[in-house]
Design a protein around this ligand. Sequence first.
Ligand code: HEC
Ligand code: HEC
Ligand code: HEC
Length: 404
Amino acid sequence: MKPVLIAALLAGTAAHAQDFNAVEKGRKLAITADCAACHTGDAGEFAGGVPLETPFGTLVGSNITPDQATGIGRWTKEEFRRAVKSGKAADGHLLYPAMPYTDYANMTDADVDAIYDYLQTVPAVHNEVEENQLPFPLNMRVALYGWNLVNQTDATYETNPDKSEEWNKGRYIVMGPGHCAACHSPRNLTGGEKTGDDFLTGATLENWHAPDITADPRLGVGGWSEDEIIAYLKTGHNAYDTASGPMAEEVALSSSKWSDGDLASVAAYLKEGEVDAPASAKAPDPLDAQSASMQAGAAIYGDRCSACHAADGKGVAGLYPRLSGAPLVVADDPTSLGRVVLAGSQAGATAAAPTGPVMPSFGATLDNAQVAAVLDYIRNSWGNAAPAVDTGDMASLRKDLQTQ
Ligand code: HEC
Ligand code: HEC
Ligand code: HEC
Protein backbone atom coordinates (compact mmCIF):
# COMPACT_ATOMS: atom_id res chain seq x y z
CA MET A 1 0.00 0.00 0.00
CA LYS A 2 1.31 3.43 -0.91
CA PRO A 3 2.08 5.72 2.06
CA VAL A 4 -0.22 8.43 0.74
CA LEU A 5 -3.13 6.01 0.73
CA ILE A 6 -2.43 4.97 4.31
CA ALA A 7 -2.38 8.62 5.32
CA ALA A 8 -5.71 9.14 3.58
CA LEU A 9 -7.16 6.11 5.29
CA LEU A 10 -5.94 7.25 8.70
CA ALA A 11 -7.32 10.72 8.09
CA GLY A 12 -10.64 9.11 7.16
CA THR A 13 -10.74 7.15 10.42
CA ALA A 14 -9.93 10.24 12.46
CA ALA A 15 -12.67 12.24 10.76
CA HIS A 16 -15.07 9.41 11.35
CA ALA A 17 -14.18 9.22 15.05
CA GLN A 18 -14.74 12.94 15.33
CA ASP A 19 -18.19 12.64 13.77
CA PHE A 20 -18.97 9.78 16.07
CA ASN A 21 -17.99 11.82 19.12
CA ALA A 22 -20.11 14.78 18.01
CA VAL A 23 -23.10 12.54 17.37
CA GLU A 24 -22.67 10.76 20.69
CA LYS A 25 -22.39 14.11 22.49
CA GLY A 26 -25.55 15.24 20.72
CA ARG A 27 -27.39 12.05 21.65
CA LYS A 28 -26.62 12.60 25.32
CA LEU A 29 -27.56 16.28 25.16
CA ALA A 30 -30.87 15.44 23.48
CA ILE A 31 -31.58 13.22 26.50
CA THR A 32 -30.58 15.95 28.98
CA ALA A 33 -32.79 18.38 27.04
CA ASP A 34 -35.61 15.80 26.89
CA CYS A 35 -36.46 16.60 23.26
CA ALA A 36 -38.25 13.24 23.10
CA ALA A 37 -40.84 14.31 25.70
CA CYS A 38 -42.55 16.53 23.13
CA HIS A 39 -41.24 15.22 19.82
CA THR A 40 -41.50 11.41 20.14
CA GLY A 41 -45.02 10.03 19.77
CA ASP A 42 -46.67 7.05 18.09
CA ALA A 43 -45.19 7.90 14.68
CA GLY A 44 -41.65 7.09 15.81
CA GLU A 45 -38.59 8.56 17.46
CA PHE A 46 -38.61 12.38 17.06
CA ALA A 47 -41.36 12.12 14.42
CA GLY A 48 -43.63 14.55 16.28
CA GLY A 49 -47.38 14.47 16.78
CA VAL A 50 -47.28 14.66 20.59
CA PRO A 51 -50.18 16.83 21.81
CA LEU A 52 -49.24 19.37 24.51
CA GLU A 53 -51.85 21.06 26.66
CA THR A 54 -51.01 24.73 27.13
CA PRO A 55 -52.99 27.48 28.85
CA PHE A 56 -54.00 28.65 25.36
CA GLY A 57 -55.00 25.32 23.83
CA THR A 58 -53.38 22.31 22.20
CA LEU A 59 -50.05 22.51 20.39
CA VAL A 60 -48.30 19.57 18.80
CA GLY A 61 -44.57 18.79 18.79
CA SER A 62 -43.06 18.94 15.28
CA ASN A 63 -41.38 16.21 13.27
CA ILE A 64 -37.65 16.75 13.87
CA THR A 65 -36.36 13.65 12.08
CA PRO A 66 -34.19 14.24 8.97
CA ASP A 67 -37.12 13.58 6.60
CA GLN A 68 -36.79 16.00 3.67
CA ALA A 69 -40.47 16.74 3.19
CA THR A 70 -42.00 16.66 6.68
CA GLY A 71 -39.01 16.88 9.06
CA ILE A 72 -35.90 19.03 9.31
CA GLY A 73 -33.90 17.20 6.62
CA ARG A 74 -33.39 20.38 4.60
CA TRP A 75 -32.53 22.62 7.52
CA THR A 76 -29.04 24.05 7.90
CA LYS A 77 -27.23 24.11 11.20
CA GLU A 78 -27.87 27.85 11.47
CA GLU A 79 -31.59 27.44 10.89
CA PHE A 80 -31.75 24.72 13.51
CA ARG A 81 -29.83 26.81 16.03
CA ARG A 82 -32.19 29.74 15.44
CA ALA A 83 -35.23 27.50 16.03
CA VAL A 84 -33.89 25.89 19.22
CA LYS A 85 -32.47 29.08 20.77
CA SER A 86 -34.67 31.86 19.35
CA GLY A 87 -37.92 30.15 18.39
CA LYS A 88 -37.82 30.92 14.66
CA ALA A 89 -38.43 28.10 12.16
CA ALA A 90 -36.45 27.68 8.92
CA ASP A 91 -39.15 29.40 6.84
CA GLY A 92 -39.13 32.33 9.30
CA HIS A 93 -42.39 31.64 11.15
CA LEU A 94 -42.23 32.04 14.92
CA LEU A 95 -42.63 29.05 17.23
CA TYR A 96 -44.95 28.98 20.20
CA PRO A 97 -43.07 29.08 23.50
CA ALA A 98 -44.44 25.62 24.40
CA MET A 99 -41.15 24.78 22.71
CA PRO A 100 -38.87 25.92 25.58
CA TYR A 101 -36.52 28.00 23.45
CA THR A 102 -36.23 30.74 26.08
CA ASP A 103 -34.45 28.13 28.25
CA TYR A 104 -32.49 26.52 25.42
CA ALA A 105 -31.22 30.04 24.61
CA ASN A 106 -28.77 29.45 27.46
CA MET A 107 -27.18 26.52 25.62
CA THR A 108 -23.89 27.03 23.82
CA ASP A 109 -23.97 26.97 20.01
CA ALA A 110 -21.61 23.99 20.11
CA ASP A 111 -24.07 21.97 22.20
CA VAL A 112 -27.02 22.82 19.92
CA ASP A 113 -24.90 21.92 16.88
CA ALA A 114 -24.12 18.53 18.43
CA ILE A 115 -27.86 17.86 18.80
CA TYR A 116 -28.25 18.78 15.14
CA ASP A 117 -25.51 16.32 14.15
CA TYR A 118 -27.22 13.62 16.18
CA LEU A 119 -30.71 14.28 14.78
CA GLN A 120 -29.31 13.92 11.25
CA THR A 121 -28.48 10.29 12.11
CA VAL A 122 -31.88 9.14 13.43
CA PRO A 123 -34.23 7.35 10.99
CA ALA A 124 -36.13 9.81 8.76
CA VAL A 125 -39.87 9.39 9.30
CA HIS A 126 -42.39 10.80 6.84
CA ASN A 127 -45.05 12.26 9.13
CA GLU A 128 -46.94 15.45 8.37
CA VAL A 129 -47.67 17.29 11.63
CA GLU A 130 -50.17 20.14 11.99
CA GLU A 131 -48.42 21.86 14.92
CA ASN A 132 -50.81 24.71 15.41
CA GLN A 133 -54.26 23.53 16.48
CA LEU A 134 -55.19 26.66 18.39
CA PRO A 135 -58.49 28.37 17.70
CA PHE A 136 -58.61 31.82 16.06
CA PRO A 137 -57.23 34.37 17.08
CA LEU A 138 -54.67 32.48 19.17
CA ASN A 139 -53.53 30.68 16.04
CA MET A 140 -52.08 33.93 14.72
CA ARG A 141 -48.34 33.54 15.06
CA VAL A 142 -47.93 37.24 14.43
CA ALA A 143 -48.79 37.88 18.10
CA LEU A 144 -45.61 36.02 19.01
CA TYR A 145 -43.51 38.98 17.91
CA GLY A 146 -44.92 40.88 20.88
CA TRP A 147 -44.46 37.90 23.16
CA ASN A 148 -40.81 37.59 22.22
CA LEU A 149 -40.25 41.31 22.81
CA VAL A 150 -41.44 40.88 26.39
CA ASN A 151 -40.04 37.46 27.20
CA GLN A 152 -37.10 36.57 25.01
CA THR A 153 -33.82 37.76 26.40
CA ASP A 154 -30.76 37.41 24.24
CA ALA A 155 -29.43 35.15 26.93
CA THR A 156 -25.89 34.09 26.46
CA TYR A 157 -25.05 31.99 29.41
CA GLU A 158 -22.24 33.28 31.58
CA THR A 159 -20.19 31.27 34.06
CA ASN A 160 -19.52 32.67 37.50
CA PRO A 161 -15.77 32.72 38.20
CA ASP A 162 -16.36 32.91 41.98
CA LYS A 163 -18.06 29.52 42.01
CA SER A 164 -16.72 26.01 41.55
CA GLU A 165 -16.62 24.29 38.20
CA GLU A 166 -19.19 21.82 39.48
CA TRP A 167 -21.64 24.54 40.54
CA ASN A 168 -21.28 26.21 37.15
CA LYS A 169 -21.77 22.95 35.29
CA GLY A 170 -24.89 22.18 37.32
CA ARG A 171 -26.27 25.65 36.76
CA TYR A 172 -25.70 25.36 33.01
CA ILE A 173 -27.66 22.09 32.89
CA VAL A 174 -30.51 23.51 34.99
CA MET A 175 -30.80 26.78 33.02
CA GLY A 176 -30.00 25.43 29.56
CA PRO A 177 -30.62 21.90 28.31
CA GLY A 178 -32.43 20.75 31.48
CA HIS A 179 -34.98 23.61 31.08
CA CYS A 180 -36.03 23.07 34.71
CA ALA A 181 -37.40 26.63 34.87
CA ALA A 182 -39.96 25.78 32.16
CA CYS A 183 -41.94 24.00 34.87
CA HIS A 184 -40.41 25.21 38.15
CA SER A 185 -40.45 29.00 37.62
CA PRO A 186 -43.69 30.96 37.98
CA ARG A 187 -45.00 32.65 34.81
CA ASN A 188 -45.89 36.26 34.16
CA LEU A 189 -49.26 37.37 32.72
CA THR A 190 -48.18 36.59 29.16
CA GLY A 191 -47.01 33.11 30.12
CA GLY A 192 -43.28 33.92 30.10
CA GLU A 193 -40.98 32.51 32.78
CA LYS A 194 -40.23 34.85 35.67
CA THR A 195 -36.57 35.24 36.53
CA GLY A 196 -34.54 36.87 39.32
CA ASP A 197 -35.96 36.22 42.79
CA ASP A 198 -38.74 34.09 41.28
CA PHE A 199 -36.37 31.69 39.49
CA LEU A 200 -37.30 28.06 40.37
CA THR A 201 -39.67 29.10 43.19
CA GLY A 202 -42.44 26.81 41.92
CA ALA A 203 -45.39 26.94 39.53
CA THR A 204 -48.66 25.18 38.82
CA LEU A 205 -49.35 23.71 35.41
CA GLU A 206 -52.24 21.50 34.30
CA ASN A 207 -53.18 20.81 37.94
CA TRP A 208 -49.67 19.76 38.88
CA HIS A 209 -47.59 21.84 41.20
CA ALA A 210 -43.90 21.87 40.35
CA PRO A 211 -42.49 22.81 43.75
CA ASP A 212 -39.89 25.32 44.79
CA ILE A 213 -36.46 23.81 44.03
CA THR A 214 -34.36 26.73 45.21
CA ALA A 215 -31.87 26.23 48.05
CA ASP A 216 -34.43 27.55 50.56
CA PRO A 217 -34.20 25.07 53.48
CA ARG A 218 -37.95 24.98 54.22
CA LEU A 219 -39.75 25.41 50.89
CA GLY A 220 -36.96 24.34 48.54
CA VAL A 221 -34.41 21.52 48.46
CA GLY A 222 -31.75 23.24 50.60
CA GLY A 223 -32.61 20.89 53.47
CA TRP A 224 -31.99 17.79 51.36
CA SER A 225 -28.53 16.23 51.20
CA GLU A 226 -26.85 16.09 47.79
CA ASP A 227 -27.33 12.31 47.85
CA GLU A 228 -31.07 12.77 48.33
CA ILE A 229 -31.26 15.17 45.40
CA ILE A 230 -29.28 12.72 43.25
CA ALA A 231 -31.50 9.79 44.30
CA TYR A 232 -34.61 11.77 43.35
CA LEU A 233 -33.32 12.72 39.91
CA LYS A 234 -31.86 9.28 39.17
CA THR A 235 -34.59 7.00 40.50
CA GLY A 236 -37.58 9.29 41.07
CA HIS A 237 -37.53 8.43 44.78
CA ASN A 238 -36.01 9.65 47.99
CA ALA A 239 -37.25 9.74 51.57
CA TYR A 240 -39.38 12.84 50.92
CA ASP A 241 -40.91 12.45 47.55
CA THR A 242 -41.67 10.11 44.72
CA ALA A 243 -41.81 11.81 41.36
CA SER A 244 -45.23 11.72 39.77
CA GLY A 245 -46.91 13.28 36.73
CA PRO A 246 -44.69 15.44 34.51
CA MET A 247 -41.69 14.95 36.84
CA ALA A 248 -42.02 11.15 36.64
CA GLU A 249 -41.82 11.56 32.86
CA GLU A 250 -38.83 13.87 33.15
CA VAL A 251 -37.03 11.31 35.35
CA ALA A 252 -37.91 8.35 33.11
CA LEU A 253 -36.92 10.00 29.82
CA SER A 254 -34.16 12.29 30.99
CA SER A 255 -32.52 12.53 34.42
CA SER A 256 -32.48 8.76 35.12
CA LYS A 257 -30.17 8.51 32.11
CA TRP A 258 -27.78 11.32 33.05
CA SER A 259 -24.13 10.58 33.87
CA ASP A 260 -23.16 10.47 37.55
CA GLY A 261 -21.06 13.60 36.95
CA ASP A 262 -24.05 15.56 35.62
CA LEU A 263 -26.24 14.41 38.51
CA ALA A 264 -23.61 15.44 41.07
CA SER A 265 -23.20 18.87 39.46
CA VAL A 266 -26.93 19.59 39.39
CA ALA A 267 -27.27 18.44 43.02
CA ALA A 268 -24.36 20.66 44.09
CA TYR A 269 -25.87 23.66 42.29
CA LEU A 270 -29.42 23.15 43.61
CA LYS A 271 -28.23 22.62 47.19
CA GLU A 272 -26.03 25.71 47.19
CA GLY A 273 -28.40 27.80 45.10
CA GLU A 274 -28.00 31.16 43.37
CA VAL A 275 -25.50 33.67 44.65
CA ASP A 276 -28.04 36.37 45.47
CA ALA A 277 -31.03 34.20 46.41
CA PRO A 278 -33.53 35.96 48.68
CA ALA A 279 -33.44 35.03 52.37
CA SER A 280 -35.83 32.26 53.39
CA ALA A 281 -39.33 33.50 54.22
CA LYS A 282 -40.28 32.95 57.85
CA ALA A 283 -42.41 29.84 58.39
CA PRO A 284 -46.06 30.63 59.22
CA ASP A 285 -47.45 29.54 62.60
CA PRO A 286 -49.01 26.07 62.43
CA LEU A 287 -52.83 25.82 62.57
CA ASP A 288 -54.29 25.23 66.03
CA ALA A 289 -54.28 21.47 66.74
CA GLN A 290 -57.59 21.84 68.59
CA SER A 291 -59.46 23.36 65.63
CA ALA A 292 -62.32 21.37 64.12
CA SER A 293 -60.50 20.85 60.84
CA MET A 294 -57.26 19.64 62.50
CA GLN A 295 -59.23 17.28 64.77
CA ALA A 296 -61.17 15.83 61.84
CA GLY A 297 -57.95 15.57 59.84
CA ALA A 298 -56.16 13.73 62.67
CA ALA A 299 -58.93 11.12 62.81
CA ILE A 300 -58.91 10.60 59.02
CA TYR A 301 -55.11 10.39 59.01
CA GLY A 302 -55.14 7.73 61.74
CA ASP A 303 -57.73 5.63 59.87
CA ARG A 304 -56.73 6.06 56.26
CA CYS A 305 -53.14 7.18 55.97
CA SER A 306 -50.97 6.21 58.93
CA ALA A 307 -50.67 2.55 57.85
CA CYS A 308 -48.38 3.69 55.06
CA HIS A 309 -47.08 7.14 56.01
CA ALA A 310 -46.67 6.20 59.74
CA ALA A 311 -48.24 7.93 62.74
CA ASP A 312 -45.21 10.24 63.05
CA GLY A 313 -45.36 11.16 59.34
CA LYS A 314 -41.91 9.68 58.66
CA GLY A 315 -43.12 7.17 56.02
CA VAL A 316 -41.20 4.03 55.14
CA ALA A 317 -37.87 4.52 53.36
CA GLY A 318 -38.04 3.41 49.74
CA LEU A 319 -41.79 2.75 49.84
CA TYR A 320 -43.95 5.49 51.32
CA PRO A 321 -42.85 9.11 51.26
CA ARG A 322 -42.02 11.02 54.37
CA LEU A 323 -44.56 13.80 55.03
CA SER A 324 -42.84 15.47 58.00
CA GLY A 325 -40.24 18.03 56.95
CA ALA A 326 -41.14 17.53 53.25
CA PRO A 327 -41.10 20.83 51.30
CA LEU A 328 -43.84 19.62 48.97
CA VAL A 329 -46.25 19.03 51.83
CA VAL A 330 -45.90 22.60 53.17
CA ALA A 331 -45.89 24.31 49.76
CA ASP A 332 -48.17 27.37 49.65
CA ASP A 333 -50.08 25.86 46.76
CA PRO A 334 -51.65 22.53 47.78
CA THR A 335 -52.76 21.53 44.24
CA SER A 336 -50.41 18.54 43.93
CA LEU A 337 -51.36 17.25 47.38
CA GLY A 338 -55.08 17.50 46.59
CA ARG A 339 -54.53 15.74 43.32
CA VAL A 340 -52.60 12.86 44.91
CA VAL A 341 -55.28 12.32 47.57
CA LEU A 342 -58.27 12.66 45.21
CA ALA A 343 -56.85 10.71 42.28
CA GLY A 344 -54.11 8.55 43.80
CA SER A 345 -50.78 8.10 42.12
CA GLN A 346 -48.41 5.47 40.92
CA ALA A 347 -44.80 6.44 41.21
CA GLY A 348 -42.98 6.40 37.88
CA ALA A 349 -41.00 3.24 37.19
CA THR A 350 -37.35 3.73 36.23
CA ALA A 351 -34.55 1.31 35.36
CA ALA A 352 -33.18 1.77 38.89
CA ALA A 353 -36.58 1.24 40.56
CA PRO A 354 -38.71 -0.73 38.08
CA THR A 355 -41.96 -0.98 40.03
CA GLY A 356 -43.37 2.01 41.83
CA PRO A 357 -45.51 1.70 44.99
CA VAL A 358 -49.08 3.00 44.75
CA MET A 359 -50.90 5.77 46.58
CA PRO A 360 -54.61 4.78 46.61
CA SER A 361 -57.20 7.33 45.45
CA PHE A 362 -59.56 8.74 48.07
CA GLY A 363 -61.79 10.70 45.68
CA ALA A 364 -64.66 8.24 46.16
CA THR A 365 -64.40 7.90 49.95
CA LEU A 366 -63.49 11.38 51.21
CA ASP A 367 -65.56 14.49 50.47
CA ASN A 368 -63.96 17.87 49.72
CA ALA A 369 -64.07 19.08 53.33
CA GLN A 370 -62.46 15.82 54.51
CA VAL A 371 -59.69 16.11 51.91
CA ALA A 372 -59.03 19.68 53.04
CA ALA A 373 -59.03 18.55 56.71
CA VAL A 374 -56.55 15.70 56.25
CA LEU A 375 -54.31 18.01 54.22
CA ASP A 376 -54.49 20.65 56.96
CA TYR A 377 -53.42 17.94 59.39
CA ILE A 378 -50.37 16.72 57.44
CA ARG A 379 -49.35 20.31 56.66
CA ASN A 380 -49.49 21.33 60.34
CA SER A 381 -48.21 18.34 62.33
CA TRP A 382 -44.77 17.00 63.31
CA GLY A 383 -43.17 20.44 62.96
CA ASN A 384 -44.79 21.19 59.58
CA ALA A 385 -46.59 24.53 59.19
CA ALA A 386 -48.55 25.81 56.18
CA PRO A 387 -51.70 27.81 55.38
CA ALA A 388 -55.13 26.14 55.63
CA VAL A 389 -56.47 24.35 52.57
CA ASP A 390 -59.68 25.73 51.08
CA THR A 391 -62.55 23.23 50.63
CA GLY A 392 -63.70 25.15 47.54
CA ASP A 393 -60.28 24.65 45.92
CA MET A 394 -60.61 20.91 46.45
CA ALA A 395 -64.09 21.00 44.88
CA SER A 396 -62.82 22.72 41.72
CA LEU A 397 -59.78 20.45 41.55
CA ARG A 398 -62.09 17.43 41.75
CA LYS A 399 -64.15 18.84 38.88
CA ASP A 400 -61.03 19.48 36.76
CA LEU A 401 -59.78 15.95 37.37
CA GLN A 402 -63.12 14.47 36.27
CA THR A 403 -63.24 16.40 33.02
CA GLN A 404 -59.64 15.62 32.06
C1 HEC B 1 -41.96 20.94 26.29
C2 HEC B 1 -42.08 20.47 24.94
C3 HEC B 1 -40.89 20.54 24.00
C4 HEC B 1 -39.58 20.18 24.23
C5 HEC B 1 -38.98 19.65 25.52
C6 HEC B 1 -38.88 20.39 22.99
N1 HEC B 1 -39.73 20.88 22.04
FE1 HEC B 1 -39.24 21.38 20.12
N2 HEC B 1 -41.15 22.00 19.77
C7 HEC B 1 -42.20 21.86 20.66
C8 HEC B 1 -43.43 22.35 20.03
C9 HEC B 1 -44.81 22.37 20.66
C10 HEC B 1 -43.08 22.76 18.73
C11 HEC B 1 -43.99 23.39 17.68
C12 HEC B 1 -44.17 24.83 18.04
C13 HEC B 1 -45.01 25.60 17.03
O1 HEC B 1 -45.64 24.99 16.17
O2 HEC B 1 -45.02 26.83 17.12
C14 HEC B 1 -41.64 22.54 18.62
C15 HEC B 1 -40.89 22.86 17.49
C16 HEC B 1 -39.55 22.54 17.31
C17 HEC B 1 -38.79 22.80 16.10
C18 HEC B 1 -39.32 23.51 14.85
C19 HEC B 1 -39.73 22.46 13.86
C20 HEC B 1 -40.47 22.99 12.68
O3 HEC B 1 -40.66 22.20 11.73
O4 HEC B 1 -40.88 24.15 12.68
C21 HEC B 1 -37.53 22.30 16.29
C22 HEC B 1 -36.38 22.31 15.32
C23 HEC B 1 -37.51 21.72 17.63
N3 HEC B 1 -38.73 21.90 18.22
C24 HEC B 1 -36.41 21.09 18.17
C25 HEC B 1 -36.36 20.65 19.50
C26 HEC B 1 -35.16 20.09 20.10
C27 HEC B 1 -33.86 19.85 19.37
C28 HEC B 1 -35.46 19.84 21.40
C29 HEC B 1 -34.52 19.35 22.49
C30 HEC B 1 -33.30 20.12 22.60
C31 HEC B 1 -36.85 20.23 21.60
N4 HEC B 1 -37.35 20.72 20.43
C32 HEC B 1 -37.53 20.12 22.82
C33 HEC B 1 -42.13 21.38 21.95
C34 HEC B 1 -40.97 20.98 22.61
C1 HEC C 1 -42.36 19.06 32.55
C2 HEC C 1 -42.28 19.80 33.79
C3 HEC C 1 -41.02 19.61 34.64
C4 HEC C 1 -39.71 19.73 34.25
C5 HEC C 1 -39.15 20.03 32.86
C6 HEC C 1 -38.92 19.55 35.46
N1 HEC C 1 -39.73 19.32 36.53
FE1 HEC C 1 -39.11 18.88 38.44
N2 HEC C 1 -41.04 18.62 39.01
C7 HEC C 1 -42.17 18.82 38.21
C8 HEC C 1 -43.35 18.51 38.98
C9 HEC C 1 -44.79 18.60 38.49
C10 HEC C 1 -42.91 18.10 40.27
C11 HEC C 1 -43.76 17.60 41.43
C12 HEC C 1 -43.82 16.09 41.27
C13 HEC C 1 -44.45 15.36 42.40
O1 HEC C 1 -45.01 15.99 43.26
O2 HEC C 1 -44.38 14.13 42.43
C14 HEC C 1 -41.45 18.18 40.25
C15 HEC C 1 -40.64 17.86 41.33
C16 HEC C 1 -39.26 18.06 41.38
C17 HEC C 1 -38.44 17.86 42.56
C18 HEC C 1 -38.94 17.42 43.93
C19 HEC C 1 -39.14 18.61 44.82
C20 HEC C 1 -39.81 18.29 46.14
O3 HEC C 1 -39.83 19.17 47.02
O4 HEC C 1 -40.35 17.20 46.32
C21 HEC C 1 -37.15 18.15 42.20
C22 HEC C 1 -35.92 18.10 43.08
C23 HEC C 1 -37.19 18.52 40.80
N3 HEC C 1 -38.48 18.45 40.34
C24 HEC C 1 -36.07 18.90 40.08
C25 HEC C 1 -36.09 19.19 38.72
C26 HEC C 1 -34.91 19.53 37.95
C27 HEC C 1 -33.50 19.62 38.52
C28 HEC C 1 -35.33 19.73 36.66
C29 HEC C 1 -34.50 20.06 35.45
C30 HEC C 1 -33.46 19.12 35.15
C31 HEC C 1 -36.76 19.52 36.63
N4 HEC C 1 -37.19 19.22 37.89
C32 HEC C 1 -37.53 19.63 35.48
C33 HEC C 1 -42.16 19.21 36.88
C34 HEC C 1 -41.03 19.35 36.08
C1 HEC D 1 -51.30 1.98 50.67
C2 HEC D 1 -50.38 2.96 51.17
C3 HEC D 1 -50.82 4.40 51.24
C4 HEC D 1 -51.91 4.95 51.91
C5 HEC D 1 -52.96 4.21 52.70
C6 HEC D 1 -51.80 6.38 51.74
N1 HEC D 1 -50.71 6.69 50.98
FE1 HEC D 1 -50.12 8.54 50.47
N2 HEC D 1 -48.68 7.76 49.30
C7 HEC D 1 -48.40 6.43 49.15
C8 HEC D 1 -47.39 6.28 48.12
C9 HEC D 1 -46.79 4.98 47.62
C10 HEC D 1 -47.08 7.58 47.68
C11 HEC D 1 -46.10 7.98 46.57
C12 HEC D 1 -46.85 7.86 45.25
C13 HEC D 1 -46.36 8.75 44.18
O1 HEC D 1 -45.74 9.78 44.48
O2 HEC D 1 -46.62 8.45 43.01
C14 HEC D 1 -47.91 8.47 48.44
C15 HEC D 1 -47.87 9.86 48.30
C16 HEC D 1 -48.56 10.73 49.09
C17 HEC D 1 -48.40 12.17 49.05
C18 HEC D 1 -47.43 12.92 48.18
C19 HEC D 1 -46.17 13.07 48.98
C20 HEC D 1 -44.97 13.34 48.19
O3 HEC D 1 -44.04 13.89 48.75
O4 HEC D 1 -44.94 12.98 46.99
C21 HEC D 1 -49.25 12.69 49.97
C22 HEC D 1 -49.43 14.15 50.32
C23 HEC D 1 -49.95 11.59 50.56
N3 HEC D 1 -49.51 10.41 50.00
C24 HEC D 1 -50.93 11.72 51.52
C25 HEC D 1 -51.72 10.68 51.95
C26 HEC D 1 -52.90 10.86 52.73
C27 HEC D 1 -53.40 12.20 53.22
C28 HEC D 1 -53.41 9.62 52.92
C29 HEC D 1 -54.70 9.27 53.65
C30 HEC D 1 -55.88 9.97 53.19
C31 HEC D 1 -52.54 8.66 52.26
N4 HEC D 1 -51.54 9.35 51.68
C32 HEC D 1 -52.71 7.29 52.28
C33 HEC D 1 -48.98 5.39 49.85
C34 HEC D 1 -50.10 5.51 50.64
